[in-house]
Design a protein around this ligand. Structure first.
Ligand SMILES: NC(=O)c1ccc[n+]([C@@H]2O[C@H](COP(=O)([O-])OP(=O)(O)OC[C@H]3O[C@@H](n4cnc5c(N)ncnc54)[C@H](OP(=O)(O)O)[C@@H]3O)[C@@H](O)[C@H]2O)c1
Length: 316
């Protein structure tokens, strides 16, 4: 059976926060959750775009400003969220940049690693206290097929790369980091006996702003043709995230993506992931590096031994 939003359980009484909900896949994710009755916090870097998105979605929506390129902004956003709500059922780490011209984030990091991974690492750590004891709570992190172009996770030398910036490689590494983070988080949550589980998803291909806003000019005609041929509208591309977020059969550690040709389009099913994404030692190193760079330490987080078994990816 192909999973669709018709299968999504009623979300009334649940609160979700979706980063990057001002457009594209994040907007569709927020819309579907709100349609099913969830209270949805749209976490957006541009308040005007966020409010416009909330108005388009309707339902119980509200907007919080977060710029994932600034750890100060992430801290402010987490404080604001904690001021407004006392429990969070669902955190969707969706926002992302792809192929921007090189510019460091406010904290001096390479932009893909800073926004796609470190911003979400910090936000999750700062919000997890609202989730740990909430039965059925989930953190969903959006990765990409592009994680497969990276042969190894980010290392300290990649973090502030200035010379030799290769945007395609940097995007791939940041998406590998998203997937490694989701798995490491699952192990740590399970170790700590938390109610929350961590899952990952990727949307396949979709002609969203990601491909147009900052992509180099040479890529646009190629990507437009490929996206038309292989991709799917943002509402379809949101299905793996939505299934990861709401299907009771999805277990912690799962990774979902579209089931069609080369996982570019189609219904949400378990996805393939690279060997590099399963490297337990690299996952632990990435976690430690991320703690050091963001200054965010997860509460009740026990050090993880590299000889432990990695998580089993599963949809029951
Ligand atoms: N589309 C695809 O083919 C594809 C394929 C694989 C993976 N993905 C992943 O899917 C996710 C969603 O992407 P999309 O395709 O929906 O792209 P999109 O339409 O460009 O949406 C990206 C969202 O991220 C937000 N964002 C960017 N930088 C941010 C920052 N510094 N702080 C906070 N928010 C920020 C954007 O906000 P603004 O409105 O302010 O720009 C926007 O809401 C990303 O993680 C992406 O890597 C997409």
């Amino acid at each position: 059976m192909v999973w669709s939003t018709a299968e999504m359980p009623d979300q009334s009484g649940r609160t979700a926060l979706v980063t990057g909900a001002s457009g594209g896949i994040g907007l569709e994710t927020a819309r579907a959750l709100a349609d099913r009755g969830a209270r949805v916090v749209l976490a957006c870097r541009d308040m005007e775009r966020g409010l416009a998105a909330a108005a388009r979605i309707g339902g119980r929506t509200e907007v919080v400003r977060v710029d994932l390129a600034s750890l100060d902004s992430v801290r402010d956003a987490a404080l604001e969220v904690r001021r407004r709500i006392d429990r969070l059922d669902l955190l969707v780490n969706n926002a992302g940049v792809m192929f921007p011209a090189y510019r460091r984030t406010e904290d001096g990091f390479e932009p893909h690693f800073g926004v796609n991974h470190l911003g979400h690492f910090a936000l999750t750590g700062l919000l997890l206290g609202l989730m740990r004891d909430v039965p059925g709570s989930r953190v969903v992190t959006v990765a990409s097929l592009a994680h497969r172009v990276a042969v190894a996770g980010p290392v300290p030398a990649d973090v502030r790369t200035a010379g030799g910036y290769r945007s395609v490689a940097a995007y791939g590494r940041s998406k590998l980091a998203n997937l490694m983070f989701a798995r490491e988080l699952q192990c740590r949550l399970a170790d700590a006996g938390a109610e929350t589980v961590s899952v990952a998803a990727h949307p396949g291909l979709s002609a969203t702003g990601l491909w147009h806003d900052e992509a180099p000019a040479w890529l646009r005609p190629v990507s437009s043709a490929a996206l038309r041929w292989l991709g799917q509208p943002a509402a379809g591309a949101a299905l793996p995230t939505l299934r990861a977020a709401t299907d009771p059969l999805v277990q912690g550690g799962a990774y979902l993506g579209p089931g069609g040709m080369s996982e570019c389009h189609g219904g949400a099913v378990p996805a393939r992931s690279s060997w590099a994404s399963r490297d337990v030692i690299a996952q632990i190193r990435l976690w430690e590096l991320s703690q050091e760079l963001t200054g965010v330490r997860y509460a009740r987080d026990a050090a993880r031994r590299a000889d432990r078994q990695p998580v089993v990816e599963a949809v029951r």
